[in-house]
Design a protein around this ligand. Structure first.
Ligand SMILES: Cc1ncc(COP(=O)(O)O)c(C=O)c1O
Length: 428
């Protein structure tokens, strides 16, 4: 086995894959169980050349890929694993840092603190906030709620019916009392119906999953703090848009938050997984998570990021964040965001101008929620046929029981031609 030769072959494979993406179907064209049926039941007794793995990636794995890197991936929230991020993942894995404390990886510890702080500055978040990287927003929200319960000594969780499922799931896992609040006509949490009495935490969202709606963060935060509750803001998707100063209107009130989650693995070109969790109350956060056994004590009185979250062993995720920020620069990232916002506006304009289609929610960020005027069944058929064409992948949601199509723009390779083609396919 030659690491260098196999490595060249793997990198060639990666470059070829990115180049031929437009020819691949966006949505995998396999049936459930189809791949499993082709995989041996047991691992091989004898080792094989890496070339066999690459061969089977082509033959078995690629057909079962839903191609998230495809320029016409418009489902859920579209993402980009950019080239600098991909390469940095390779290098981070090679270095294999297990950052349980500072001594175990000064590089991973200090680079994480600095790069997360770079992002804080780029997004215009308050000075003094402490940030670190978690794998996902689900974990970040779970951690924030753990801190909230510890600090407040309370157990009720207040969130909108439009909040991401990870919020309710975290509350359930913690055995919290769940207070789900209805949303208004613009799909924002109804402050007047939010029962904050004795609440441990309230979780407003900026950019909800179904419609990218924006909860009234300032009002909720002011009321929550008056009631002694912790405010955790979920801006997993939309928070990245704050790199554009002109988009910071949606940040109103976020500076009041006790914690905030933003996912660079959604809309900041960093490969999965990289979710940023900031807190304005680092000391209390640390109290909730710090547990240093004898075998982890070190002579240095140095900083350990594992004292700020659930995981002890921590990956060197900062390397890919650093690489992306350096190789694109703030201006490069801003240009991509501006283009995504422009493309979403363009698509929404086509929908609005066509009497056979309608927007079902105000356009927010890069997510267009729309449907064909007609039955739910008709819209379901359109979605299934468009997705089965292989030319694009959209997902759906429901509003007041009605079936809604979602077109989410978030891939750096998506061009106007891709969005135009999606519109053509849908009309066809
Ligand atoms: C608003 C919002 N919050 C949280 C999440 C969960 O993110 P993760 O997959 O990083 O846990 C999502 C996922 O799409 C989301 O849209």
């Amino acid at each position: 086995m030659s690491f260098r030769e196999d490595g060249h072959a793997a990198l060639d494979w990666a470059a070829d894959y990115l180049e031929r993406l437009p020819e691949l179907p966006v949505l995998a064209r396999v049936q459930p169980g189809e791949l499993s049926a082709k995989l041996p039941l047991s691992a091989p007794e004898q080792g094989e050349p890496f070339a066999n793995v690459l061969r089977d990636i082509d033959e078995l794995i690629v057909p079962a890929l839903t191609n998230w890197q495809h320029p016409r991936f418009f489902a859920y929230f579209a993402v980009t694993a950019s080239e600098p991020g991909i390469l940095a993942e390779l290098l981070a894995t090679t270095m294999q840092q297990v950052a349980i404390n500072w001594r175990a990886s000064p590089a991973a510890t200090e680079l994480e603190l600095r790069t997360v702080d770079w992002v804080r500055r780029l997004l215009g978040l308050p000075d003094g906030w402490h940030g670190h990287i978690e794998d996902t927003a689900s974990t970040g929200t779970l951690a924030a709620l753990i801190a909230a319960r510890q600090v407040t000594g309370r157990n009720a969780l207040v969130f909108s019916e439009q909040a991401n499922s990870s919020v309710e799931k975290a509350g359930r896992m913690l055995g919290m009392e769940l207070r789900k609040v209805p949303a208004d006509d613009e799909l924002r949490m109804r402050v007047d119906l939010a029962d904050l009495d004795g609440a441990a935490a309230v979780v407003p969202t900026v950019g909800t999953t179904s419609f990218a709606s924006i909860d009234p963060v300032r009002e909720l935060a002011e009321r929550a703090h008056a009631a002694g509750a912790w405010v955790h803001v979920d801006a997993a998707y939309a928070g990245s848009s704050w790199i554009l100063e002109e988009e910071r209107w949606s940040q109103d009130g976020v500076a009041l938050a006790d914690s905030l989650v933003v996912n660079p693995h959604k809309w900041l070109l960093v490969p999965m997984d990289c979710s940023l969790l900031w807190t304005s109350r680092p000391e209390e956060f640390r109290e909730a998570f710090s547990l240093v056994p004898e075998y982890l004590r070190t002579p240095e009185d140095a900083y350990a990021l594992s004292e700020y979250g659930p995981a002890l062993g921590r990956r060197f995720r900062a390397l890919k964040l650093w690489a992306v920020l350096r190789c694109y620069g703030a201006e490069g990232l801003r240009a991509i965001h501006r283009e995504h916002l422009r493309l979403a506006r363009l698509f929404a304009d086509w929908v609005e101008a066509d009497p056979e289609w309608e927007l079902v929610a105000p356009l927010r960020f890069s997510l267009v929620c729309f449907r064909r005027r007609g039955s739910d069944e008709e819209n379901e058929v359109i979605l299934e046929r468009a997705n089965r064409s292989g030319e694009m992948f959209l997902s759906h949601t429901r509003l007041d029981g009605r079936y809604v199509l979602r077109l989410a723009i978030g891939n750096a390779r998506t061009t106007e031609a891709d969005v135009r083609l999606a519109w053509e396919v849908l009309n066809r």
